[in-house]
Design a protein around this ligand. Sequence first.
Ligand code: HEM
Length: 243
Amino acid sequence: MYSLLTAFQNSVGRKILTGVTGIALTGFLIVHLLGNLTLFTIDYSNADNAFNRYAHFLHELGFLLYVAEAGLLAIFLIHAYLGIAIYLRKKKTRPDKYAMEKSRGGASKVGFSSRTMLISGSLLLLFTVSHVNHFKFGPGWSGEAEYVQVMNVGGEQAEVRDLSKLVFETFNRQYDGAIFYVLGYVGIMILLGFHLRHGIWSALQSLGAMNKNLTPVIYAVAGTLGILIALGFLVLPIYIYFL
Ligand code: HEM
């Protein structure tokens, strides 16, 4: 039987698993971005806002949220491990740089995005660790009064974390160091755009969705999706900086 273990052990299986986990991570990013869009609409001086209510709703999922987070972490780690393994194997078997390389779905485009997948992926991994530490486990995580507001949720009084305050204090120009956060985020989001551009295309190719006639269309779709996701994330810190 073709098991997960078998997939890990051969190069086609590894490419497919990298594609599947990459698409799952892209799905997470789209949901995360949609949640973040509320940050464009709220009044930051009022903790009772759509973003805090949305985050509170997620936290109230309790056990379900832990399961989703554990799944996300596993997908992240598998994706990073396989990405590095594929890169090292390719380097070992084809030490010289190719302009075009053959793969299952035909010729694969090798450009800036694909050549920098390992470096952009590694930086995104480091970014994610620091990002989750800053926002998820940052001020208010352990109930500091300054970041908690009591409000009416579904007819009952509930303590809600004021995450929008933390986001505002991170990126707004009246706070020390905000400019470095904004510039850092913009840089990382540009890398994210390049990583997604090649990643989505390569995933679709590995999953066999590529047929020669469709190649240009799917390449354009992958590029546009990558740029849109990165742009959505990138504009927010700049918007908050100037509020
Ligand atoms: C401007 C861009 C971004 C902002 C303002 C932002 C904001 C946040 C905030 C406030 C949280 C905490 C949510 C909570 O505790 O309920 C969070 C969690 C998280 N973010 Fe972001 N984020 C951004 C971009 C990204 C990107 C690009 C990635 C991935 C490459 C990412 C990955 C994550 C992850 C993995 C979590 C933890 C989710 C969980 O455990 O529930 N974020 N983000």
